[in-house]
Design a protein around this ligand. Structure first.
Ligand SMILES: Cc1cc2nc3c(=O)[nH]c(=O)nc-3n(C[C@H](O)[C@H](O)[C@H](O)COP(=O)(O)OP(=O)(O)OC[C@H]3O[C@@H](n4cnc5c(N)ncnc54)[C@H](O)[C@@H]3O)c2cc1C
Ligand code: FES
Length: 273
């Protein structure tokens, strides 16, 4: 059930140029939140921007009652958010949306993150670690400096396989190129597990990356889920500004709201234009 909370800023850290991590005191939201869900945030106390901005829940600390966000400054709202400091109050609405599913008997998990796409996937990886699961994490960025949280993800017990566009760290190329290579190298080794119900691929990143990843996952015949970052208005299902084209039945399509039925959708369901 979504909650409206006035949350105190515990701390805000600049992680890299234009990238911030924000800890907020929000006990009830931390308790309820599930990986893949997001918060709709009033970024400041002014009327401009008027609308809240959607930001994924990056991590929770249920003992401390804290919710953590990781975001990139994209425009007015996030620039304003980056000015908030310890002791300030922010209005939150959430947790919102339909997050990632984590079946009980998962045996093989791959996580593919492009750039800021690590934001919601980090919470998923935190949750998996708590359940004793380990994942292969394919982390892509423009340069080494933008490969965020490699060590923290390793500390959770996951394996990190990086890719950078400029070749400054890991595979030289896109994270989808790296992932495709990984799948073809491991094709026979574990195919029975991979094609079973116990394997999952989870992805988040820019639309072009998700479109490519979607093709790769479908071709490989593995189940996967993607988190889409549609533009949003109300965040609660009323304005329809976040409508996504989703396959329905054998050959039909329907429009579903990313803020309510998403932002996470099964790979095969998303219709890419
Ligand atoms: C469910 C969801 C979860 C998200 N989680 C995160 C997160 O964890 N961290 C993070 O950094 N960002 C996240 N985003 C994107 C974030 O909401 C936008 O960057 C933010 O709303 C931009 O607001 P602004 O006022 O700063 O910029 P605006 O002035 O509104 O826009 C600046 C630029 O960003 C583009 N933009 C705005 N919204 C989006 C969007 N949804 N997707 C792609 N481009 C957009 C605009 O087209 C414009 O070019 C998420 C979006 C959604 C829908
Ligand atoms: S943002 Fe208004 S319906 Fe989704």
């Amino acid at each position: 059930m979504p909650l409206v909370a006035e949350a105190k800023v515990i701390k805000q850290e600049k992680i890299a140029s234009g990238h911030y991590r924000l800890n907020l005191a929000a006990t009830d939201i931390a308790e309820e939140a599930r990986p893949g869900q997001f918060l709709h945030i009033r970024c400041g106390n002014t009327l401009d921007p008027l609308l809240r901005r959607p930001i994924s829940i990056h991590a929770v600390d249920r003992e401390k009652g804290e919710v953590v966000l990781f975001y990139r400054v994209a425009g007015k709202g996030t620039a304003l958010l980056s000015k908030s400091k310890r002791g300030d109050t922010l209005s939150l609405l959430g947790p919102l949306g339909h997050g990632f599913s984590i079946p009980e008997n998962l045996a093989q998990v791959s996580v593919v993150a492009g750039g800021i796409g690590i934001a919601p996937l980090y919470f998923l990886l935190q949750e998996m670690a708590m359940r004793g699961l380990s994942a292969d994490v394919f982390l892509g960025a423009a340069t080494e400096k933008q490969l965020f949280f490699c060590q923290e993800v390793k500390n959770f017990g996951h394996k990190v396989i990086p890719a950078t566009d400029d070749g400054s760290a890991g595979y030289h190329g896109t994270v989808t190129g790296l992932f495709k290579k990984f799948l073809s190298n491991n094709d026979t080794q574990s195919s029975s597990v991979r094609h079973s119900d116990n394997a999952r691929i989870y992805g988040c990143g820019p639309p072009a990356m998700l479109k490519q990843l979607s093709e790769i996952i479908k071709t490989a015949g593995i189940r996967g889920e993607l988190s889409l970052e549609e533009r949003m208005g109300c965040g609660v299902g009323a304005c329809l500004s976040c409508a996504c084209k989703i396959r329905s039945g054998e050959s039909g399509v329907q429009y579903l709201r990313a803020c309510v039925e998403g932002p996470v959708f099964p790979v095969g369901k998303v219709v890419w234009e």
